[in-house]
Design a protein around this ligand. Structure first.
Ligand code: MTE
Length: 329
C-alpha cells in the first residue's frame, strides 16, 4: 500500500511552498491521498473471511446472449462475496462480508427524476420480474488492478431510463447510494463525502453493456455486492459500478462523482479502463485475475495484461471518438 509519507504532491514545484493556495491544495491533496491510499489498501492476500451464504435463486433469468458473455473462468461465489469494496461498511476488503448484514434490501425503491417527462419511483419488485432479467457474464476490473469474471443478473440500464422518457436536456445520469448510518455503519465516519455518487454520460448509460444488476450467479444480489441493485459498467474501472442505488437523476450538467471529488488527479470522471494511462501511484498495464486459488497460493495468482476498455473496445470505443482519453481519463 503506498504510504502517505512516500506520496508526492503531483505538479507542485518546491518554490510554491509558502503559497497559501498551495497550502489549500496540499490539504486537499492530503485528504485525497488518505482516501485514495485507503482505496489502494488491502493488497491481494485473502484471509479466511466470511463469504455470503447462498441467497435465493432468481427464477426465469434469460441466458446471456453471445455478445454479452465470456468463456473465461468465472470467479467463484466465495471470492466474489468475500473480497469487496463497499466503504459504507468499512475500508477493508473483508469488511463488507463481515458487516453488510445490517443492510436491509427490502423494502426498497429507486427514484428516477430530473430531466425526464415522467419522474417516478420504482419498487425493487418491479425489477425482479421473471423473464425480464438477463444474465451478463462480464469482467469487472477494479482500479486497484485486480479483476473478476462474474455472471451478473439484471436489466439494461437504458431500458429502465427509457420508461421515464428522458428530455432533450438529459445529457448525464447521476446515481446515488443510500445514506443511513444505522444500516451502513461505515457512514458514521467521514471517510468519503456521503452519499457515494457516480455518473455516466447519457450515451454511455444507454449502451446495451451497461446494466442494473439485481443478482449474480442466478441468485439475488448479496448485500456486500450492492443489494438490492447496483450498476455494472464493464468497460470502466469498478468504482463506477455504484452499489445500493436509491436515486437516478438525469441532468444537463456533468455530475459530481465520489472518487473524482476525493482525488481528482487520480480518478477521472470517465474512468475508462486504459492500460496506457497509469494511475499516478501504480501501473494499470496488468491485473490480477481473481479465480479459484485460496489462502497463500492466491498471492501467486496469474497476472494478465489489461485490455483497453477492459476488453470491450469493439463495442464501446466509438462512444469516445475524438475524445483525448489521456486527458479525459
Ligand atoms: N459503491 C458504493 N456505494 N460504495 C463503494 O465503496 N466501491 C466501488 C464499487 N461500488 C463502492 C461502490 C469499487 S471501488 C469497486 S472496485 C466495486 O464497487 C467493487 O464491487 P464488488 O465488491 O462487487 O467487486
Amino acid at each position: 500500500m503506498p504510504s502517505l509519507r512516500s506520496a508526492q504532491i503531483p505538479g507542485i514545484p518546491e518554490r510554491e511552498v509558502t503559497d497559501e493556495r498551495l497550502f489549500l491544495r496540499r490539504r486537499e491533496f492530503l485528504r485525497a491521498a488518505s482516501a485514495a491510499s485507503l482505496m489502494a489498501a488491502g493488497g491481494i492476500a485473502f484471509g479466511e473471511t466470511a463469504e455470503a451464504a447462498l441467497t435465493d435463486e432468481l427464477p426465469g433469468v434469460l441466458p446471456a446472449p453471445p455478445q454479452f458473455r465470456t468463456d473465461e473462468e468465472q470467479t467463484p461465489w466465495s471470492k466474489a462475496t468475500s473480497y469487496n469494496n463497499f466503504y459504507e461498511f468499512g475500508t477493508g476488503k473483508d469488511d463488507p462480508a463481515a458487516r453488510a448484514h445490517t443492510l436491509r434490501p427490502r423494502p426498497w425503491s429507486v427514484a428516477v427524476d430530473g430531466e425526464v417527462a415522467r419522474p417516478g419511483v420504482v419498487p425493487i419488485e418491479d425489477l425482479l420480474r421473471p423473464h425480464a432479467l438477463e444474465e451478463r457474464i462480464y469482467r469487472l476490473r477494479c482500479v486497484e488492478a485486480w479483476s473478476m469474471v462474474i455472471p451478473w443478473v439484471g436489466i439494461p440500464l437504458g431500458a429502465l431510463l427509457a420508461r421515464f422518457e428522458p428530455t432533450s436536456k438529459a445529457r448525464y445520469v447521476a446515481f446515488e447510494t443510500l445514506v443511513d448510518r444505522e444500516q451502513m455503519p461505515g457512514q458514521r465516519r467521514r471517510v468519503l463525502d456521503w452519499p457515494y455518487r457516480e455518473g455516466l454520460r447519457m450515451d454511455e448509460a444507454m449502451h446495451p453493456l451497461a446494466i442494473l444488476a439485481v443478482g449474480m450467479y442466478g441468485r439475488v444480489l448479496p448485500n456486500q455486492n450492492g443489494a438490492p441493485l447496483r450498476l455494472v459498467v464493464p468497460w470502466k474501472y469498478g468504482f463506477k459500478s455504484i452499489k445500493s442505488i436509491v436515486r437516478i437523476h438525469l441532468q444537463e450538467k456533468q455530475p459530481r462523482t465520489t472518487w473524482n471529488d476525493e482525488a481528482p488527479r487520480e480518478y477521472g470522471f470517465y474512468a475508462n479502463v486504459n492500460p496506457e494511462v497509469d494511475h499516478p501511484r501504480w501501473s494499470q498495464a496488468r491485473e490480477r485475475r481473481i479465480g479459484g486459488a485460496s489462502g497463500f497460493s492466491a498471492l501467486f495468482e496469474q497476472k494478465i495484461a489489461t485490455l483497453p476498455f477492459n476488453g470491450y473496445a469493439e463495442q464501446v470505443a466509438g462512444l469516445y471518438a475524438g475524445l483525448d482519453l489521456r486527458r479525459n481519463f
